[in-house]
Design a binder for this molecule. Sequence first.
Ligand SMILES: [Zn+2]
Ligand SMILES: [Zn+2]
Ligand SMILES: [Zn+2]
Length: 175
Amino acid sequence: MVCGSCSKASGSLKCSRCKMMTYCNRECQAAHWHTHKIHCKRVEMSPQKLQLHFTVGRSGPPITFHENIPAAFCQRDAPRDLTSRWVSQLVDTHEEEVLVRHPGRPCLYCGKPAIKLHTTLAITLHGNPPTVFAMGQPLCTKNRNDGCAVQAQATIDQGLQSPDFPGRGTEIYKA
Ligand SMILES: [Zn+2]
Ligand SMILES: [Zn+2]
Ligand SMILES: [Zn+2]
């Protein structure tokens, strides 16, 4: 997980109070506390479940997950750094399962076996119910700079302009 202070991908220490923010170590945590303390609260869960709709490739019905979501994230003024981080982690935890449920999916661009989903998220957490659309493209690479990943990003940028895009009118996060 990404450190909330220095942004390195080595943040495995969780803030013990909110269980949302992650850090490399105590030093990074201490350095970020001045900013983080404004949003850091004990977590209260919303009575509503988050619906996570996960689609893979260009078509097919979504796989839907129902998840507990902190009540604070369902507010319109929810702090975006926390919500986007939380949603990205949630989607990451389901990515593998989604890949497994699409066995033998080839990379959309070269046809080699897919090892990764390139995911784009459209999010309305203050909706009723709170909703996330995750659009995953099967890819042969985990490296964003590889040809297939670059094409995937171009497809996403086009898709976001399309009238068929399911999350139109929502907030878009590139995960
Ligand atoms: Zn750090
Ligand atoms: Zn915290
Ligand atoms: Zn490929």
